[in-house]
Ligand binder design. Structure first.
Ligand code: GDP
Length: 426
């Protein structure tokens, strides 16, 4: 059995979707194992441009089976909107090529509601949540206060379960936040409507993956967000509420005994970060605006302008360590073509000392970036497909980054289209 995980090394938005779209042709099954509709994977291919939120990026491959594992936050309403959008644009989505774990918990309307209420309560101390209900969802799951998608096959028990949860949840809504309670009728109507729509896709994906692995099928695990957003190892509390690491892929997908033999870490040629939290290498003013425009750095889900900065070798090395990457894909190299000189953050200065180690989250606010300038190539490289045709300065940039990160860079992308990449040669 061949297994591979494609994961983010930084803060997310590294371009994982396009890498999965590219590599999924080599795998039989593509699996999303954590996260929900709070981020977006942008994929450009023969069908057009898509911002996928929950669907695995292998959905465009006619021969790939796609799986949403037990670890995802399954929002049936958003998922259905996504399925309808793809179908309307000619992409086939059916129970044949999309299988949803019956053990995935349902993200319910009150999760989104509570996300918004809590961000509003925090005012200027808000986390910058996308308000898709992800944090309330995962905290409810940890409290065993969610319903599993498979309960849709047991309607009487599900109705009773929802009634109990509603009673509990309304206490929080009304007494903690002073909000209106949710109505049972509306909740039931929503669950039967959207739950009914996704029901044909539900199955025991753990058994499916077990059988597939026994039959020697190859598996591609697709992560959402990046290492620095991992709940346990990221920039807590400015993390997401799930584990974004490759190590979680087997558990969140339904094949807990799987061993990963290839881990592709996706690194952007510069840094971006959405939302609040420490971002040591952040650029401001005109410099930031130019990079943001050059890279079209606006959130796939929210349209929010992303914070931008140079490549951060300190944070990236930490992310590589957490992911255990066997190789890297360096994306969006073309975006740096407008620069005569390219800044790179090589170290942090913390309390008067220079360090190459990523600090404990509470110390990050005090860290200052140490910047080295590299020669830019100052031209458009988006049409180049062969390593030798890249300008020398671009080749030097890739070689430099590879050496500093101590992990082989294999694929270098130079544009959003599927074929816009160069294989790194040494
Ligand atoms: P993901 O969440 O990690 O999949 O990242 P995003 O969906 O935010 O993808 C990054 C964005 O950059 C998307 O709009 C992609 O189409 C685009 N993109 C990906 N690779 C490249 C590249 O090499 N060059 C350029 N210019 N854009 C790219």
């Amino acid at each position: 059995m061949k297994t591979c995980a494609i994961v983010g090394v930084n803060w997310g938005d590294e371009g994982k979707g396009r890498m999965v779209d590219l590599l999924s042709g080599q795998y039989d099954i593509v699996i999303r194992y954590q996260g929900g509709g709070n981020a977006g994977h942008t994929v450009v291919n023969q069908y057009g441009k898509f911002a996928l939120h929950l669907l695995p990026s292998g959905i465009f491959r006619p021969d790939a089976v796609n799986v949403l594992g037990n670890g995802v936050a399954l929002d049936p309403e958003n998922l259905w909107t996504e399925i309808e959008d793809l179908r309307s644009r000619g992409v086939p989505v059916s129970p044949e090529n999309l299988k949803i774990s019956d053990r995935a918990s349902l993200l319910l309307p009150w999760h989104r509601l509570l996300d918004g209420l809590e961000e509003a309560r925090l005012k200027d101390r808000a986390y910058g949540s996308t308000r898709q209900g992800i944090a309330p969802f995962y905290s409810d799951k940890a409290q065993k206060k969610t319903v599993l998608a498979g309960e849709l096959f047991y309607p009487d028990r599900l109705a009773e379960h929802l009634r109990e949860l509603l009673e509990w949840k309304n206490l929080t809504l009304t007494r903690v936040y002073g909000a209106a309670p949710c109505s049972l009728d509306e909740l039931m109507a929503w669950v039967w409507d959207y739950g009914g729509k996704i029901k044909p896709f539900l199955c025991d994906t753990a058994a499916f993956l077990h059988d597939a692995s026994q039959a020697g099928k190859s598996l591609l695990f697709e992560a959402q967000l990046g290492a620095l957003r991992d709940l346990d190892y990221g920039i807590y509390p400015f993390t997401t509420s799930s584990n974004t690491l490759a190590a979680y892929a087997p558990v969140g997908s339904g094949l807990p005994t799987a061993k990963l033999d290839r881990i592709v870490g996706v690194v952007k040629a510069y840094s971006t970060c959405v939302g609040e939290g420490p971002f040591v290498c952040e650029l401001f003013g005109d410099e930031a605006a130019r990079l943001r425009e050059a890279g079209a750095e606006y959130g796939a889900k929210t349209g929010r302008p992303r914070r931008v900065g140079p490549l951060d070798l300190v944070a990236t090395r930490y992310g590589i360590r957490l992911q255990g990457t066997t190789e890297l894909a360096l994306t969006k190299l073309d975006v740096l073509g407008y620069l005569k000189q390219i800044p790179v953050c090589t170290h942090y200065e913390l309390d008067g000392k220079r360090t190459g180690e990523f600090p404990f989250p509470s110390a990050l606010d005090r860290a200052k970036p140490v910047i080295e300038m590299l020669e830019g190539w100052n031209c458009d490289i988006s049409g180049i497909r062969n390593w030798k045709d890249l300008p020398e300065a671009a080749r030097n940039y890739v070689d430099y980054v590879e050496e500093k990160l101590a992990c082989p860079i294999r694929c270098v992308s130079v544009g959003p289209d599927r074929d816009a990449y160069v294989i790194h040669q040494r």
